[in-house]
Design a binder for this molecule. Structure first.
Ligand code: DGJ
Length: 733
């Protein structure tokens, strides 16, 4: 009896989700396991590296036969098209998306990448491929993470004497198991309307999402998920998912080939791309992260959330939940000054804010968006004594201080532009297209990079700044780099972003306490590349609480609530909608709560309500930031034909199960219809939970309820009237 118990304990203490790489040298096969997923690759009889499996975790003794190149199916379908290749060079009749395309000085433009060798180092596998005659080595990297994520990236190396020009370089291709009936989801959007989720059947042909803008973009995000139409839902079914970690132009191509192979390739956007490797030089692609779960779209996002917190963010594996921010932008616009900001700071501190941020307008001749960008000296009319008095006051009020910057931009009306017009991206003798009256500095240049690093370093050294909101308010229109050597100008797409990451990284090293938000006119630069250097993001300039419900819902498919900053702002909002203060607070509480309203206009009652909601948020913040998110009822537009009131519910369960939080929103009441029961997930069915709604009248059930009832019958809430809302805190007894 004792022996059995002991054996069980030993078995249970081996984490089922440990990441392992099993090499089978005689078959040249590698089985990579992480979390719920296994991924198997092998070298076939023609020395091609091919995908053998991507799906649920395999049994330890599961074994595949040696890989075989698939035969030519017809004279129109050679083996490179029929075989699911891991990383295909363009050559030998590849008519699908190549991972790599090069142009050699001898006129050859094809590559046939064959296996050379492989090396396993801990959770990392490196497989090297080589062309038979071209001096190009391709190192494929596979890195496993315990959350169930596989990162793949590639280093391309020129081992010859002559330069090699890369025309197209992907991070990786992922092949799905051969089958039909797949569907895929992606996120699209626009300024003030980011993070719209789409799901559609995968049909024959090629589809792609991309950015050609020089940055990640509002219009599409480099994330995907694939399910099976007949099986996959939010709560169950297989999901293959992934995300590219790159903040520059990117492309993700999804193909359902003529032979029903579904393959997903992502990396640098080949549009306008070129990168020359001189002898011995290398180009490394960004990582393309991927995972698999059988637990539906909800579980796929929970895996990504944990991965972001535990492996990506600068303070991983345990980033602290975000401080509650006050931001001046919607309250005072460009009209910031010492007395006005101090008055707002007093009010912000009184309601429980922890970080006070002065947004745009504090520097140079910045009275509107026509001037000043690039001149990062404090405006003496607005702050005659510098920033110190405001910062001291903010500290005395018990908050830390943050500042807005937009380091990569310049207004034509600025001293910086007058001194260095050549620093702005441009093509010789061509117009410079302004957007928001500004141009983009060419960060690929060493002198521009030095300037940006030094002004930021000085700003943070001279002022006690805990936080920078790093904004970026336009895309590229003339990506010229006329001082680069001939033929290298297009490297701007890579070198700009590498320099951006380098500046962020050096700044953080030099100022270890500094925290940074990635903002690009809202959610235009959110990706797993920038998130290695930034602590949070601004998902959208749209702060309307109702619009935000769907924006935030889409956001959480790819990124975690921990980083999702959301402010409570004034009503009526830009879109003329007025929602109650409680609804606005509860919407912003879905992520990192902030306040952007003009507190000078708040009544005593509104200030008191804000104070008490912020105090409540502080008690649930760890669960929201680090817990498991369940999207219970996704927000839908008001539907007059609905036979129930229009609900929207999210739930967060603390990792240790001690607390759960439900946020519920009724955005449009229908006469006589009650709020549908909220069926919870992720609780312990055998535990009892004590239930505390925001207002006692919003819940009429028992005080202590079994988890099995909450997950079976649900929580009966009494929400009434348009824009009613509640937060229910469940404490495990
Ligand atoms: C765009 C940002 O998204 C806003 O929050 C604000 O910082 C403005 N820029 C300031 O110009």
């Amino acid at each position: 009896m004792h022996r059995i118990a002991a054996l069980l304990i030993v078995a249970m203490s081996i984490p089922a989700a440990a990441q392992t790489i099993r090499s089978t040298p005689e078959k040249l096969q590698w089985t990579l396991n992480a979390g719920e997923m296994s991924y198997v690759i092998g070298v076939n009889d023609q020395k091609m590296l091919q995908s053998l499996y991507w799906g649920p975790r395999l049994a330890p003794n599961a074994s595949f036969p040696p890989a075989q190149a698939h035969p030519e199916r017809a004279s129109f379908d050679p083996p490179v098209a029929t075989t699911p290749l891991e990383y295909a060079g363009w050559g030998a009749g590849l008519f699908t998306e190549p991972a790599l395309k090069v142009d050699s000085p001898d006129g050859n433009r094809t590559l046939i990448l064959l296996y050379q060798d492989a090396r396993v180092t801990g959770p990392q596998l490196e497989v090297t491929l080589k062309d038979a005659t071209e001096p190009v080595l391709v190192h494929l990297f596979y890195q496993l993470y315990p959350q169930g994520i596989l990162a793949r990236w590639t280093r391309i190396e020129n081992t010859g004497a002559q330069p090699v020009r890369i025309e197209q370089a992907a991070s990786a291709t992922f092949n799905l198991p051969p089958a039909t009936g797949y569907e895929w989801s992606w996120l699209s959007g626009q300024w003030a309307g980011e993070w719209q989720l789409h799901t559609a059947p995968i049909q024959a042909g090629t589809q792609s999402i991309e950015s050609r803008r020089g940055s990640t973009s509002h219009q599409a995000n480099p994330w995907f998920s694939v399910g099976r139409s007949a099986e996959t839902t939010e709560t169950s079914g297989p999901v293959w998912f992934g995300e590219l970690g790159w903040s520059g132009s990117w492309r993700l191509t999804l193909e359902d080939t003529a032979l029903n192979l579904v393959r997903i390739t992502a990396g640098f956007n080949p549009f306008d791309f070129s990168y020359t490797l001189a002898r011995g030089e290398t180009l490394q692609t960004p990582p393309f992260y991927a995972g698999y779960t059988a637990g539906g779209r909800g579980e796929a996002s929970r895996i990504l959330h944990r991965f972001l917190l535990e492996a990506i963010l600068p303070s991983h594996p345990d980033p602290r939940p975000r401080p509650i921010i006050y931001n001046s932008w919607e309250a005072t616009g460009f009209n910031v000054n010492e007395s006005g900001q101090m008055a707002l700071a007093e009010k912000a501190a009184a309601i429980g804010v922890e970080r006070f941020v002065i947004d745009d307008g504090w520097f140079g001749a910045r009275n509107d968006d026509h001037a000043g960008l690039g001149d990062w000296n404090v405006n003496p009319q607005k702050f005659p004594h510098g920033l110190k008095p405001v910062i001291d006051r903010v500290h005395a009020l018990g908050m830390d201080f943050g500042l807005w910057v937009e380091p990569e931009m310049v207004n034509l009306d600025s001293d910086l532009y007058r001194a260095h017009p050549d620093w702005a991206m441009h093509f010789p003798n061509r117009q410079r297209t302004e957007q928001r009256n500004q141009l983009v500095l060419n960060l690929a240049r060493q002198d521009v990079k030095d300037y940006v690093f030094h002004f930021l370093d000085e700003l943070v050294t001279d002022n006690d700044i805990a936080f920078l909101k790093w904004d970026y308010n336009r895309n590229w229109s003339e990506p010229g780099w006329d001082t680069a050597p001939d033929g290298d100008q297009k490297e701007i797409y890579v070198r700009y972003i590498q320099n951006l990451y380098d500046i962020l990284s050096r700044l953080r090293q030099k100022h270890p306490k500094l925290e940074i938000e990635s903002c690009s006119g809202g959610g235009g630069r959110v990706d797993l590349g920038i998130l290695r250097y930034t602590d949070e993001v601004w998902p959208s300039d749209n702060t309307d609480a109702l619009d935000r419900l769907s924006i935030q819902d889409g956001f959480t498919h790819a990124y975690a609530p921990q980083i999702m900053v959301a402010w409570v702002t004034d009503v009526p909002n830009y879109n003329s909608r007025s929602t109650p203060l409680q609804f606005r607070f509860l919407t912003a509480m879905q992520g990192a709560l902030g306040v952007g309203a003009n507190l000078n206009k708040f009544s005593e009652n509104e200030l008191a309500e804000s104070r008490s909601l912020i105090a409540l948020y502080k008690t649930i913040r760890p669960t929201i930031a680090h817990g498991r998110l369940y999207r219970l009822t996704e927000p839908a537009p008001p539907n007059p034909a609905a036979d129930a009131a229009q609900p929207s519910n999210v739930e967060y369960v603390a990792q240790d199960g001690s607390q759960a939080v439900v946020l519920a929103y009724l955005h449009s009441q229908r006469f006589g219809l009650s709020y549908p029961a909220v069926v919870l997930r992720g609780l312990d069915p055998n535990a009892t939970y004590t239930i505390k709604p925001l207002h006692p009248s919003q819940y009429t059930g028992e005080l202590n309820v079994s988890g099995s009832i909450l997950m079976g019958q649900g929580l009966a809430l009494n929400l009434q009237g348009d824009y009613d809302s509640t937060v229910v805190v469940l404490t495990r007894r």
